[in-house]
Each structure stands twice: as structure tokens, then as C-alpha cells.
Design a protein around this ligand. Sequence first.
Ligand SMILES: NC(=O)c1ccc[n+]([C@@H]2O[C@H](COP(=O)([O-])OP(=O)(O)OC[C@H]3O[C@@H](n4cnc5c(N)ncnc54)[C@H](OP(=O)(O)O)[C@@H]3O)[C@@H](O)[C@H]2O)c1
Length: 335
Amino acid sequence: MLIENNLEIHLKRRPVGLPAKEDFSLVSNPIESLKDDEVLVKNLWMSVDPYMRGRMVDRESYVPPFALDAVLEGGAIGEVVESNNPAFGVGSKVASMNGWRQYFTTTGKDLQLLPETGIAEQAYLGVLGMPGMTAYTGLMKIAGLQPGDNVFVSAASGAVGAIVCQIAKLNGCHVAGSVGSDDKARYLEEELGVDAVVNYKTCGDLQQAIAKACPDGIDVYFENVGGAHLEAVLNLMNENGRIAVCGMIDQYNATAPAPGPANLSQIIIKKLKLQGFIVTDHWDGYPAFVQQMGQWIQQQKVTWKETVFNGIEQAPEAFIGLFEGKNTGKMLVKL
Ligand SMILES: NC(=O)c1ccc[n+]([C@@H]2O[C@H](COP(=O)([O-])OP(=O)(O)OC[C@H]3O[C@@H](n4cnc5c(N)ncnc54)[C@H](OP(=O)(O)O)[C@@H]3O)[C@@H](O)[C@H]2O)c1
């Protein structure tokens, strides 16, 4: 037996509304042996991301649903601890989509070797990984950010949002955002130089609060939340504004269809452009993104925060925490 007690998280039942810990099970799945061309990877970090909620529902989407009573999938960073494949020596750090488990074996086809940059390895699940790439793609390519734009970002202190804020500031924009706590608002204003932040939970009238935070209107809205946020922002968009529709986390746990914004005619009146996007469709741009983001990080122009849960047993709690605002920056599980 190679690994006797290899713990994995399985999806036990499909969540209804906010996921519960009982929707998941902790299962031991021993690893028997290593085949000729295989490597054994010990996961060090795994990512939990809001999109995983969509995969827990049995419906057609841009990715297939997770199977019940099977190990979940998601981004992970691991270390090769045994190797029969010369392309992945023992000690190599690798990225994969084989999260939610402590160990796995593979021929290496589904592994990407991490470059040795001196940047913490888990950054490849956040600022240098899918969330950072989402922020960059959504802002630069989908919204066509221009220097001096007035930008508004929802879920602004999260893995994607906090990077959006910083890229927009680097482009000389006025940047405002919304968050669910005063601590998060302080982080954005004091550490990231965001011009104004709305706490959507305590601000009273959301539209009035966003209007105050964006005195010259909004040219670019980076949409992470949907619902009341979208309705308020549509009324505040400037002519020819652009909305990059990245996510609608307000609706991911809805048990009934959410009412649509009552003011979609603003799109016509203001000649707005709204575009949804899925970051994986833009992955050919990843090398250019990593080069640019790596440079910003080395120059200390972009920083990030992590919220870390410890141990695979905590992964469901970390995932559920995304919908309760428990993270500032990237939500991670250290295995
Ligand atoms: N299109 C793509 O390819 C793509 C790729 C990655 C991510 N996304 C989307 O981007 C968004 C952000 O993802 P992320 O990974 O950066 O997550 P995140 O922002 O790090 O974490 C989620 C945050 O959303 C906020 N939130 C949760 N429920 C909310 C609600 N009902 N209303 C308002 N805010 C709520 C919470 O912060 P507060 O305390 O501020 O409420 C929470 O911390 C998500 O919608 C995700 O689905 C899309």
C-alpha cells in the first residue's frame, strides 16, 4: 500500500440553498501502488471557488455537474513525492484540477509544472491563477478598460475583485467597490488605495450609496454579484459604458428564480455594452497575463490577501464561507 489513509471530500447530496456541511462526506480512498509512468502527488493547497456551487446542481452548463459520491474537483497545488516519470522529478511543484483530496496518482498529463519565481506557490490559485486571470481578462479585454475610466466593482475585496481594483488603479482610474463588512472596506481604502467603498449590508439605499462613491458616474462595471447591485448600477452607468459580467454570486444559492432588474431599458438609453465571459475561453492569453502580473508583483504594484482554512476536513466549511463573506482575498485550504 502506497498511501493507506488518503482523505478525500465527496459530494454526498446536492445542496439546496446555502450548502451545508452535511452535503459533503470525508472518505478515505487508499492509493495502492504507482504504475510505470506515474507520479504520486501530495496536495499542499486547494482552492474553493464560487463556480463550484453551479457544478453541484444537476443541470447542463459550461462544465458538467459533479457526480454524487465521488471526489470533488478543483484547483490545487501539490508536490511530486514519488515519480516514475522523468518529466516530473520528486520535489517538483505542480498545479492541477485534482483538489479536494490529499494525494493522487497521474501520468502527468493533467499537471502543470510551476515556474520557480520565488512567489509563494499558492499564488497560482489566486493572483497568478484563475482568479487573477479572470480579473485581468474581464477588465482589459471584456470591458476594454481605458485610462481614467470610472470603475465600479462588486465583491470588491474577494479573489477576483481585489485584483480588479488594483489593475484599474494602475490604469489611472477612479475606482469604487462594494463589500459586506467595514473591515473589508478599510482594507480596500487603506491598503489598496480604492477611492470609495460601499458596505452593501449597512449602507441603506444601495443606489444612493453607489452614486456617492462614484460622483462622475460609472464607465465600467465589473459585475460579480448581480441582483440589486446590477439594478442600482444600471441607473448610474454613463453613456457608452461597459459591463463585464463575471459572476452573480447573489443568485448561486437561490431556490427560486430571482426577479430580473426592472430597468434593463437603461442598456438602450445609455448605449451600454454588457458581455458575459468564462475565463477558460480566454486561456490563450494566460502567458501574457502571467508575465504582466508577475512584473506588477515584483514591482510591488499588486498585492493580495489570503483567508486560509487548515486541513482537508475544513474544505466544506471554507467553501460555504464564500457565500457568507468569510474571506478577504483568496479563500484557500492548506492541506
Ligand atoms: N466568469 C468567470 O470565468 C469567473 C471566474 C472566476 C470567478 N467568477 C465569479 O467572480 C465572482 C467572484 O469570485 P471570487 O472567486 O473572487 O470569490 P470571492 O469574491 O473571493 O468570494 C466571494 C465573495 O462574494 C461576496 N458575496 C457572497 N455572497 C454575496 C451576496 N449574496 N451578495 C453580495 N456579495 C456576496 C462575499 O464578500 P462580501 O463580504 O463582500 O459579501 C464573498 O467573500 C463570483 O461571482 C464568481 O462566480 C467568474
